[in-house]
Design a protein around this ligand. Structure first.
Ligand code: HEC
Length: 135
């Protein structure tokens, strides 16, 4: 019993140490393209303390390259795509939730459509995350 508990406690630490090495992780098939398209829908299982945790994860992998981690329009590809600052209150008041969701699903300007990759619940969760950034 004692040994089993010790192992249960030590294992996550060992894994964390192994994975934390220089921030390296294994190559995944999604890495092949830039993350703009992904064939499998992303799970939106809600998690404990952060109500936006799953949306944040989706945003980080699918949207932040253009929009930046907090939607300010400062991602690494922003210079090429010129995305709007999603946190700007002018933009936020000018749009309904449905309009924001429609842009995510169908695309807008140079932004590709994400309707094929994201379930409707994931799109709603992204809209709530974007609303939480309003300045
Ligand atoms: C390839 C770059 C790129 C990616 C990736 C991208 N966007 Fe965009 N996004 C844009 C551009 C460009 C616009 C158009 C800017 C504008 O509306 O003037 C835009 C517009 C939007 C809008 C509408 C803003 C408005 O004016 O109403 C929303 C909402 C949005 N993006 C959310 C997302 C979300 C959520 C994701 C990830 C699922 C995402 N974007 C991924 C480039 C991108």
């Amino acid at each position: 019993m004692v040994r089993a508990r010790t192992i249960a406690l030590a294992l996550p630490l060992l894994l964390a140490a192994a994975c934390g090495k220089a921030g390296l992780r294994e190559w995944r098939p999604e890495d092949h393209d830039s993350g703009v398209t992904s064939s499998s829908p992303i799970s939106t299982t809600p998690t404990n303390d952060d109500p936006h945790a799953s949306a944040r994860a989706v945003f980080g992998s699918q949207c932040a390259s253009c929009h930046g981690n907090e939607g300010r329009g400062d991602g690494p590809m922003a210079a090429m795509f010129r995305p709007a600052d999603l946190s700007a209150s002018a933009l936020q008041s000018a749009r309904t939730d449905a309009e924001l969701a429609a842009s995510i699903t169908a695309g807008r300007g140079r932004m590709p459509a994400f309707g094929q990759n994201l379930r409707p619940e994931a799109v709603s969760a992204l809209v709530r995350l974007i609303r939480s950034w309003r300045r």
